[in-house]
Design a protein around this ligand. Structure first.
Ligand SMILES: C[S@@+](CC[C@H](N)C(=O)[O-])C[C@H]1O[C@@H](n2cnc3c(N)ncnc32)[C@H](O)[C@@H]1O
Length: 352
């Protein structure tokens, strides 16, 4: 027994509990507007911050102490004042910023909701349907992704697919599978007034929210949003663009879905598959904070919800080699990993 190693591990484990508990309080600080109130404000005492946000000073003081120990805010002991560095505010203060990480934290309670029964599920190999994670989960996914999809999809990502924007502008067809609350199809419909845009998702609550989002965006009459499984695609006339964002690994039958996508694409069309940016090999993922987070999300949510649909539970942490193999098995003739810079997302252009 290496005593030093044991001690170091004990501290790490206790630190991990602190991280898990603090994650809930990051979400609270986000919802309460505490990060937003601190952004760009310079050093603030707990009382001054409490006054700014109209909250009880004891709560704010304790929250600030937690955030200080977690390295989120910086405490000046002499002035007893707290600062949110600009470099941290970048990720915490503004939900409309593409760097915003608040959505990740807001997903924690929905995912943890399954935890009490998870050990039993492990034993029995039982799945958990998407809807069982509660109404807040689709909203959390939207908070995670909305800003980046709205800012990047049309301006940065589509130009990597030669000819596709032109085809959509000329009245082409686009379909987003597993569209969640509809941000991808709505963004496409706003950008391409003549295009026929559809979104589908197996989760009825997500589609309800997607329809509300489409009404709010003023495109409800131009986007067809329906509750359907990934295999339920009309093959004719062919689509110019089919997309899946963070979906393939959740599907009960990824190969069957890719075969259906191939069959539904126009011969000149493109399938854009977006999946987590991780390596195929666990050993290569160790030490990558994105992978650590994703394996946990995958174990709590992606695998059980795929199993609940009778699926294989592919899991969120699969990489480009397996994605390429799957596309080849589905009969696609071209698979290109796109050179789009993103810390979290990998982009694959797949053609019939
Ligand atoms: C991680 S969420 C991603 C949502 C959205 N694409 C986004 O990027 O924000 C995965 C989505 O896949 C959907 N999904 C899971 N199984 C599906 C299936 N068999 N057919 C269609 N959608 C499915 C879920 O309901 C969920 O909305």
């Amino acid at each position: 027994m290496d005593k030093e190693r044991a001690q170091a591990f004990m501290k790490k484990a206790v630190g991990d509990v602190g991280t898990a508990m603090s994650a809930v309080l990051v979400m609270v600080g986000d919802r309460a507007g505490l990060f937003a109130a601190m952004a760009g404000a310079g050093p603030l005492t707990a009382e001054a911050l409490a006054e700014r946000v109209g909250m009880h000073p004891r709560y704010v003081q304790e929250w600030l102490s937690t955030m200080t120990c977690g390295g989120y805010v910086v405490h000046d002991e002499q002035a007893d004042a707290f600062t949110l560095p600009d470099e941290h505010a970048l990720y915490l203060a503004d939900p409309s910023a593409e760097t915003y990480l608040g959505g990740l934290f807001s997903g924690v309670p929905s995912l943890a909701r399954a935890a009490p029964d998870l050990a039993d599920d492990f034993r029995q190999g039982k799945g958990i349907p998407f809807a069982a994670f509660g109404d807040a989960l689709p909203v959390a996914f939207e908070q995670m992704n909305r800003a980046v999809y709205e800012k990047r999809l049309v301006s940065t990502w589509l130009p990597e697919l030669p000819g596709i924007a032109e085809r959509l502008a000329a009245g082409g067809r686009a379909l987003d599978i597993g569209c969640g609350t509809g941000i991808v199809p709505i963004t496409l419909a706003r950008a391409f007034g003549a295009a026929h845009v559809e979104g589908l998702d197996v989760d009825a609550r997500s589609i309800e929210l997607a329809r509300a989002n489409a009404r709010e965006a003023g495109v409800a009459d131009r986007v067809v949003l329906r509750v359907a499984g990934a295999g339920d695609i009309t093959a004719s006339p062919g689509y110019d663009l089919i997309t899946t964002f963070d979906v393939v690994h959740d599907l009960p039958d990824p190969l069957g879905a890719l075969q259906a996508i191939r069959g539904a694409l126009d011969p000149q069309g493109t399938y854009l598959m977006v999946e987590p940016r991780v390596d195929d090999r666990l050993a290569a993922n160790v030490g990558n904070p994105f992978a650590r987070m994703l394996y946990a999300i995958s174990c709590m949510h992606c695998v059980p919800q795929s199993l609940s649909q009778g699926g294989e539970g592919l899991g969120a942490c699969w990489g480009p080699a397996r994605a390429r193999r799957l596309a080849e098995q589905a009969g696609f003739s071209r698979f290109d990993a796109l050179p789009i810079r993103s810390p979290a997302l990998a982009f694959y252009a797949v053609r019939p």
